[in-house]
Design a protein around this ligand. Structure first.
Ligand code: SF4
Ligand code: SF4
Length: 143
């Protein structure tokens, strides 16, 4: 019998459902209660619903990851604006880092980063971030 997702309070309940138990075309709500101005509520304080993708680890098939270099970043927020997956963590207009649980490794944040050298660069998924930071390129001279 089809299950109304509004009745589900725990994400583990969804994992137990069969394909024919979810209502076709069901609306998945972002939050368990109304949130007036979501941009003003810090990510870790939002009442995410169990059906919200925030609650799921969805970045585990990435082959390359963006690594963030705090020493070069000018906090312009371009990466935060352009990331299609809300995977850039920023607080009070300061870039904090990448949410690897959600990042898909598309590289858009690296493309839009304006610093020289860039403050975000793509590295193989298996490489330690500390190692990547040691390999960071030097500033490119103007031609
Ligand atoms: S690689 Fe893509 S998904 Fe990951 S943080 Fe950058 S823009 Fe977002
Ligand atoms: S785009 Fe680059 S410089 Fe701008 S906030 Fe992101 S990492 Fe920092």
């Amino acid at each position: 019998m089809a299950k109304d997702l509004k009745e589900i309070k725990d994400i583990e309940e969804i994992k137990e459902l069969g394909w024919d138990e979810l209502i076709p075309g069901a609306a998945l709500f972002s939050f368990t209660e109304p949130v007036e101005d979501v941009a003003e509520v810090p990510m870790d304080e939002r009442p995410y619903a169990p059906t919200n993708s925030h609650e799921w680890q969805v970045g585990d098939w990435r082959v390359e990851k963006p690594v963030y270099n705090r020493d070069l970043c000018i906090d312009c927020q371009f990466c935060w604006v352009f990331c299609p997956d809300m995977s850039i963590l920023s607080r009070d207009k300061k870039m904090i880092g990448v949410i690897y649980e959600h990042c898909k490794g598309c590289g858009i944040c690296v493309e839009v980063c304006p610093t020289n050298p860039k403050s975000l660069l793509m590295f193989p998924e298996h490489m330690e971030n500390e190692k990547a930071l040691e390999m960071w390129p030097k500033k490119e001279e103007k031609k």
